[in-house]
Design a protein around this ligand. Structure first.
Ligand code: X8Z
Ligand code: ZN
Length: 581
């Protein structure tokens, strides 16, 4: 409760010596609530530009100094957000209109890592966050190899020893994060308590226009819908890996060892698609090789991505995007290479930051990032608190949904292939999609299940790593390729853990993007199989898409979903509709 006009009076009560604290609460009304929210929004709009600039500079130029600067900026902005969240509580019992009530909830819940009001702990939390972020960004394996180099081994090598070596190398960066991480959890949970919440995980689950417990059940429901497809994929891939690597490395039964799926975290398996194509099927081309052969570089890949969005009738990116984005890894300084999309001024100053390689994977990631930028620009006229995705899964799903339109038919339009493979290419096409998207689903689900357990105290620093692998086993059927030591901290080797980016958004996005694609293809009147549908050039679909994007978070997310797809429910059946013949 905000201590409005708190009055501390020592009163001598008759018959006893007691010190009584009396709080007088000024009565607030709906008009006060409106004024308060307007003030918060104006303040956020004003201050967020400076904060974004500081974070941008740090991510593009990582030194001990820029880290110290973002720790300071982060501490100040968290302190402000916590102050406003506490002030918002005074309106808890008031009847407010739905929009205002929702904004109040956003003010209280919108802090990813809440700090206690104690300035020293706030500072400590901000310093730990900045430290963890740079430890990840600048992390190197024993032979000085960075994540880009090690990831390339994971994606291209078929030598089990080499793969194991790269897998282990990257996991040497994270044990030193563990103590800091545990302390961070402790402080942020204290911040959550002060705001009146049980723990940080609760706050993360509460941002979906439904009670936090219902959200947990909702994610379980979606997983159950798609699990049979994952189980089938897992079984097939395990058999193929067994053929390739033999019983000792890749057993025919049980879990798949984590180093064999073409990805550092075994989260998306597209890089080993060719290995698992069923007998007699072949896509006939490899997009990575095509991009190389046709002389694509990072810039041309981003231009091509932009061209997809403008083909839908969306305005081109501003000149400043090209001047200010970072699209290749600089040779002379440390940057945060994990791809991201930014809006620096809450208007048109959108940018991406990526250490792009000429690969199919990065071509898709470019569409993913541009999806964020086109979303950000579309909702720029909303009020400050509504300048975000309908929910965070929407934000992650837009670019991915567009990338589902990268079909052979579209690649032919780009001049990347001459001949569109006939139906004989369907199995290989579907397999590639499943390896990228279906394989991701259990990983997308478990990262925050782990963090929910960490924040609730169910896992402790002693059990952090074991808990991680228990979830990897339970949902993905993935096991570590070598025994893990007690002080290992394998979750820390995944960006979003030290980066403190909530992860359930990606699980939701891997459901939503299929719903969006299916709806878009229906709007386009497409009649063939959905994996062959591209909405490239369709202005009608673009208009409808933009209508949803422009809404930002101004309405509960089911309204936004309905505006584009006609349904108010997230639904995993679209995944199955698209990924079956
Ligand atoms: O982090 C990302 C994006 C940035 S928002 C590149 N993704 C997740 C990941 O890399 O783990 C996209 C897919 C999942
Ligand atoms: Zn993203």
């Amino acid at each position: 409760m905000r201590k409005t006009g708190m009055l501390v009076m020592a009163m001598m009560l008759a018959g006893c010596n007691a010190e009584v604290e009396i709080q007088t609460k000024k009565a607030v009304n709906a008009e006060d609530a409106k004024t308060f929210v307007a003030k918060v929004e104006a303040d956020y709009a004003d201050k967020s530009v400076f904060v974004a600039q500081a974070y941008w500079i740090q991510a593009n130029f990582m030194t001990v100094d820029t880290s110290a600067l973002v720790a300071k900026v982060g501490a100040d902005s968290t302190a402000l957000a916590v102050k406003y969240a506490n002030e918002a509580k005074q309106f808890n019992d008031l009847q407010l209109d739905a929009v205002l009530r929702r904004k109040m909830e956003m003010i209280k819940l919108g802090i990813t890592l809440p700090a206690p009001s104690n300035a020293a702990e706030n500072k400590e939390l901000a310093t730990i966050s900045a430290d963890l972020e740079s430890m990840y960004a600048t992390g190197k394996g024993p032979e000085g190899r960075n994540l880009g180099e090690l990831s390339k081994v994971m994606a291209t090598s078929r030598d089990a020893d080499e793969l194991l070596n790269a897998w282990q190398a990257w996991r040497t960066i994270s044990p030193v994060m563990k103590d800091k991480y545990a302390r961070m959890v402790e402080i942020a949970n204290k911040g959550a308590h002060e705001l009146g919440y049980s723990d940080v995980g609760y706050m993360w689950r509460a941002g979906y226009d439904m009670p936090a417990d219902d959200f947990r059940a909702e994610t379980d429901r979606l997983w159950e819908q798609v699990k049979p497809l994952y189980d089938a994929l897992h079984c097939h891939v395990r058999a193929k890996l067994n053929e390739e690597y033999g019983d000792d490395v890749a057993p025919a039964e049980g879990a798949i060892p984590a180093h064999l799926t073409g990805n550092m975290w075994a989260q998306s398996w597209g890089n080993i698609s060719s290995l698992v194509e069923p007998e007699g099927t072949d896509l006939g081309y490899d997009l990575t090789s095509l991009l190389e052969e046709k002389g694509y570089d990072a810039l041309k890949m981003v231009k091509t991505g932009e061209q997809f969005f403008t083909s839908l009738g969306l305005a081109p990116l501003p000149e400043t995007f090209w001047q200010r984005s970072l699209i290749t890894k600089p040779r002379d300084r440390e940057v945060q290479c994990h791809a991201s999309a930014w809006n620096l001024d809450n208007k048109d100053d959108v940018r991406i930051k990526m250490c792009t390689e000429v690969t199919e994977e990065d071509f898709v990631t470019i569409h993913h990032e541009l999806g964020h930028n086109f979303y950000q620009r579309a909702y720029k006229n909303q009020t400050s608190l509504h300048q975000t995705g309908a929910n965070d899964g929407f934000h992650e799903a837009i670019g991915d949904a567009i990338a589902l339109s990268i079909t052979p038919e579209y690649l032919q339009k780009l001049g990347l292939i001459d001949q569109v493979p006939g139906p004989e290419g369907d199995i290989a096409l579907l397999m590639r999609r499943a390896m990228d998207k279906v394989a991701f689903l259990p990983f997308g689900l478990l990262v925050d299940q782990w963090r929910w357990q960490v924040f609730s105290g169910e896992l402790t620093p002693e059990t952090y790593n074991q808990g991680w692998w228990d979830l990897r086993m339970k949902y993905q059927g993935i096991k570590p390729p070598v025994a893990r030591a007690a002080d290992d901290f394998d979750p820390g080797a995944k960006y979003h853990i030290p980066g403190n980016t909530p992860y359930m958004r990606y699980f939701l996005a891997h459901i939503l993007q299929f719903q969006f694609h299916k709806a878009a293809c229906a709007q386009a009147g497409f009649e063939g199989p959905l994996h062959r549908c591209t909405i490239y050039g369709n202005k009608g679909v673009g208009q409808k898409l933009n209508a949803m994007l422009e809404m930002g978070a101004s309405k509960p997310w089911p309204d936004a979903l309905e505006a584009f797809t006609g349904t108010r429910q997230m639904d995993g059946s679209a995944v199955l509709d698209i990924l079956r013949l």
